[in-house]
Write a new protein. Structure first.
Length: 348
């Protein structure tokens, strides 16, 4: 039985670091283990321009623990009015790694997202030319589309036409959540890659609402069925280059999670790599962990993997229940808070 594993330092290809007090509280959990992270731009107001991106990166760098080599990768929040010239400037200046698209009102802070897909074509054409990655929250939120079908409908109605119109545009299907999505990503021959969260591979909708409502398990895209969960586990642990690690760690003040209208997001950062290791162990695929966590992501982004390593051991510890946040934002509940976690990072 393997009880110790060393892999190249992983990256988190999908992270919500937030801003100000929440960011300062959440950042150390990610910076300790991960070399880089795609920092999602859905702040209030969003990171819409190169100037916004530069300022956000500065705020993150200023909040890093002393001596940390963590590198935040900044993304541009796409709107109907995004200027292709500004996107190009941001990319060439090394401010923006990618552009992120939220369909308007699909999730947290997405009100300024895309409403008219015709209007973003100039930006997509420019990104295709530049070789800049396009990250998509793949859910169709038109009325009449069932919340459990949003991913499948988006793939059919938006993503497939987009890949045909821009065949040179490399895409990331973010937080893949369904078997239909797994099959689709595999069929694209590398044009579309996908980040996969730990919790879409751990939980089903029965865990979420079948034994009393667990509001902290509410995320977008929603957690789906056992068939979907198993397909995601198979995909992640297959070693296939199109699937890679992205926690979608998304802290929220507990009052907003438990409000009349709760907000989607799971704060997974404190137990992120430990959760993935357990999944790979359960699937008998620890030998594929490094590909998923540390190699496939950089490959899809056209970047080098990290040079150094981290080591994990089977050494139980208890996950924190909540993260304390300075100021008025009180606390954020942690994924698996209070549970015993089997694997522990012992060297990073
Ligand atoms: O559950 C989610 N939370 N999904 C998202 O797409 C956004 C995220 C957030 O920012 O809270
Ligand atoms: Zn997200």
């Amino acid at each position: 039985m393997t009880t110790r594993i060393t892999i190249k330092r992983p990256d988190d290809w999908h992270l919500h670091l937030r801003d100000n007090d929440m960011m300062r509280a959440a950042l150390p959990y990610t910076a300790r283990v991960f070399g880089r992270a795609i920092c999602m731009p859905n702040l209030l107001p969003p990171v819409r321009t190169t100037a916004d991106g530069k300022a956000y990166r500065e705020r993150i760098l200023a909040a890093l623990p002393k001596g940390s080599k963590f590198k935040p990768l900044i993304t541009c929040y796409l709107t109907d009015d995004t200027d292709p010239d500004d996107v190009e400037r941001g990319f060439r200046d090394g401010v923006f790694t990618a552009v992120k698209m939220y369909p308007a009102n699909a999730t947290t802070n997405s009100a300024a997202g895309v409403t008219d897909y015709k209007k973003i074509e100039r930006v997509l054409a420019r990104m295709e030319k530049l070789g800049m990655r396009f990250l998509i929250h793949c859910e169709e939120v038109a009325s009449g589309v069932d919340v459990f079908d949003r991913e499948a409908v988006f793939i059919e109605q938006r993503l497939i036409p987009m890949t045909k119109r821009f065949p040179g545009l490399k895409i990331v299907h973010e937080h893949l959540s369904s078997k239909i999505g797994v099959d689709y990503v595999r069929s694209t021959g590398g044009q579309v890659g996908a980040s996969i969260t730990p919790y879409h591979m751990e939980l089903t909708r029965t865990d979420w609402i079948g034994g009393g409502l667990r509001p902290y398990m509410f995320v977008m895209p929603v957690i789906k069925t056992e068939v979907d969960r198993l397909a995601l586990r198979e995909a992640a642990t297959s070693g296939d280059a199109c699937f890679f690690l992205g926690t979608d760690s998304a802290p929220h003040p507990v009052s907003r999670k438990l409000a009349q209208v709760g907000i989607p997001g799971i704060f997974a950062a404190p137990v992120a790599i430990e959760s993935y290791v357990k999944i790979f162990e359960e699937e008998g695929k620890l030998d594929k962990l490094e590909a998923f966590a540390s190699l496939n992501g950089p490959k899809h982004y056209g970047l080098h993997p990290n040079a150094d390593t981290i080591t994990l051991e089977k050494k139980p510890w208890v996950a924190p229940v909540a993260m304390k946040v300075e100021g008025p934002e009180e606390i954020a509940l942690c994924h698996k808070g209070g549970e015993t976690i089997e694997w522990q990072v012992v060297d990073c």
